[in-house]
Design a protein around this ligand. Sequence first.
Ligand SMILES: Nc1ncnc2c1ncn2[C@@H]1O[C@H](COP(=O)(O)OP(=O)(O)O)[C@@H](O)[C@H]1O
Ligand SMILES: Cc1cn([C@H]2C[C@H](O)[C@@H](COP(=O)(O)OP(=O)(O)O)O2)c(=O)[nH]c1=O
Length: 210
Amino acid sequence: MTQQRGKFISFEGIDGAGKSTHIGFVAQFLRSHGGADIELVTTREPGGTPLGEKLRDLLLHEKMHLETEALLMFASRREHIAQVIEPALARGAWVISDRFTDASFAYQGGGRGMDRAKMEALEQWVHPHLQPDLTFLFDVPLEVARARLDATRSLDKFEQEQADFFAATRQEYLRRAAQFPQRFRIIDSTQTIAAIQLQLSGMLQAELSA
Ligand SMILES: Nc1ncnc2c1ncn2[C@@H]1O[C@H](COP(=O)(O)OP(=O)(O)O)[C@@H](O)[C@H]1O
Ligand SMILES: Cc1cn([C@H]2C[C@H](O)[C@@H](COP(=O)(O)OP(=O)(O)O)O2)c(=O)[nH]c1=O
């Protein structure tokens, strides 16, 4: 009997939107409601493989040309797809990824202003047939995200960007969501954590019974 392919779920949003807060909850929900035989793989981008984690360190801390940045994001992704995502989906596991290609469109395309046709060419090259089945976009106004970030940790290269960068990043996320409404779920991340978890539970339940 051929193994049923697993599902691929990505988490997106500008820094400080609350994405990391909810990934653990979603993993826990799927473990307790998805049946004993569901295998979950939680991973992240940039990163997710030993090589990808080295690239992540460079990407988050070194200044570089915007096209170098985009190419390294997709290089990390190529490795991630080959080593982690595709094998997991093929054996029936569910993959939960903290960011995927929508982040490249949002940050390198929207935030940095890289030409969209080049972004689309990279997407077509690196994963012409793979897209997440479900993408949660945690959406908040910039000021809310910034206030949350300031309260937490020391900021990496992207988190140190200014308001206009994040305005363009957020706008590009929303454009991608409008372009792919079937897979995107936009979460109003100004709600309380409890309210968001309730909303996520309903969406996940629907996905489990699909
Ligand atoms: N809905 C929310 N309401 C209030 N605070 C939140 C909410 N979601 C997240 N936070 C807090 O905001 C900060 C940043 O959240 P985090 O999940 O790390 O964001 P991201 O992963 O999107 O950068 C954390 O301190 C977190 O506890
Ligand atoms: C995947 C990806 C991430 N990024 C950026 C967005 C984030 O600022 C940063 C790291 O991701 P993030 O998951 O936010 O890490 P953390 O929550 O630990 O800070 O990388 C891109 O610019 N392009 C991409 O394609």
